[in-house]
Design a binder for this molecule. Sequence first.
Ligand SMILES: *Cc1c(COP(=O)(O)O)cnc(C)c1O
Length: 382
Amino acid sequence: MANERGIGTKCLHLEEEGFDNYGAISFPIYQTATYAHPGVGKSTGYDYSRLQNPTREQLEKVVASLEKGIDALALSSGMAAIALMMELFSPGDHIIVDADLYGGSIRLFRNVSAKNGITFTGIDCYKEDVEAYITEHTKAVYIETPTNPMMHVTDIAAVSEITRQHDLLLIVDNTFLSPYFQNPLALGADIVVHSGTKYLGGHNDTLAGFLVTDREDISEKFRFLIKTTGAGLAPFDSWLILRGIKTLGIRMDRAQENALRIAAWLKERDEVKEVLYPGLPEHPGYEIMKWQARGFGAMLTFQAESKELALSILENVRLIRYAESLGGVETLITYPTTQTHADVPEEIRLRNGITDRTLRLSVGIEDAEDLIDDLEAAFTKR
Ligand SMILES: *Cc1c(COP(=O)(O)O)cnc(C)c1O
């Protein structure tokens, strides 16, 4: 049997490629809402685009293959994916979640899911004993690794041993590393969540989200939910993400190379108090990352020595743009306290270490020298 193909190849090719669609190398955009039937009880396999659309289906096959899942669902945003996933739970259910999470996920859990009778306990899954928080109502553990924005690294396989023993779902938001660097399902997770807006799309031009699973029962529930709630990704947006994924590997390799250079540069600055990047050997998650992932990613967080410096950097970067979001080819700098995590209550923010001195960089694929020159100028222009 042939060897399993490499992840870079999987970004470009499915195992089975024929000559459908006239042999088009770029998958066509099927801009249709509905499909005609050849006769009563007969079907082309497609009924209505809320349920399924060929372009979306092609994208879902690619993402399932990259994440080693049996099924992937493409949704209109990362939050649409997480909101749909939450429909697996019922009033009274309890979920253990990472305390440090993407701000939008915290907002959804606290304001929408809680209203629906689901309760949450936020803990530091990277260092606390997850098992100690399980109650008779616990149904799932929801983590990010590395976390947003504090870059904590959790041992996915270790947590999955606990969730298996207690018959809980392990859900991992894999946005920060993308399937190019990490495959949580292979480490024992049941569901992988992605904001496809980030590395999968890669160009800061399209919102998308994914749910991936290797469990038949969960896939069936998700298919019922997407048909019923209707947040499937549109055909053109599916095509944009398909196109983005073709270069996922080279983008991530280059962005990571740049991130390592910037992390090393930041470490040498007296005005920087802490650099949080799991690719630095002194990062507490470095050793775990080395075996559970194929890379360290290109997200890094640092603590400036003062709020004034943090604000001045945001005001003075030129090439690097001060904007929310991450995972695109352009380097962005974010101020979590007023941007991504603004709706997170202050006491939780501070508990997690997000202060008015915290800055987050999503390193892109520009020339590293130019990025460092831009930071140098922003650091000194005060
Ligand atoms: C951006 C993001 C989300 C939400 O995705 P959207 O596409 O913006 O809805 C969820 N999780 C993480 C880690 C993110 O960075």
